[in-house]
Design a binder for this molecule. Sequence first.
Ligand code: SAM
Length: 227
Amino acid sequence: MKIDVISIFPEYLAPLELSLLGKAQDKGLLEINVHDLRVHTSDNHHSVDDTPYGGGAGMVMKAQIWGDALDDLITDGCDLIILTPGGRRFNQRMAEELSTKSHLLFACGRYEGIDDRVRQHYSTTAYSDRGIRVHEISIGDYVLGGGEVASMVIIEAVTRLIPGVLGNPESIVEESHMSEGFVEYPSFTKPATWRDLEVPEILLSGNHAAIAKWRSEAAHKRAQDNL
Ligand code: SAM
């Protein structure tokens, strides 16, 4: 999978080189490139924003600069993801769907966000006929300062589902959110006693059927408790 991320703070995305994502890139399973939006500015101040039409607080990111940046990177069949708190709420189903794609292109907003004509332009049939899909995605019902952290959340959730990225593929066979409302059972490791707290005895019994029953009930209780 190829992933491009456009931001005015490319250094914010440095963690994409670490851990599983770094290893997946070393193995050739992933190619991640981060691009500086300001490269497409032409004024001395490298400004990417301007005051909003209609008035109001804050600044809006200019369509022309975003258009130039996206035109350079957009490919046939790619999925353009515009991060915005007003978008569709990201979840595991969306992660699964995106993990099957070959090219994801992330647009990280700042200030009051990106001029909406950018979304409109890349949503026209000229692009959909080329298999290009635009998604406005939010990672939750709160407002961040920019789309960088949101793009990293999505990239991490999506890429761990790509075959070969996780060392042990069994890890994603049964885990939280694999189905609506499902959460995984609580986990424990050695030692069996820590600060007077004991691991549930059943987990030490070697009785696989009883362990599976305990885990299922514990997972159900956890889901109910967190409603
Ligand atoms: N004025 C915008 C609004 O009320 O919808 C918020 C803009 S926010 C301060 C700046 C940028 O951060 C957004 O353009 C978006 O890229 C990103 N952002 C903030 N919260 C987000 C969220 N929950 N999910 C995804 N992106 C978010």
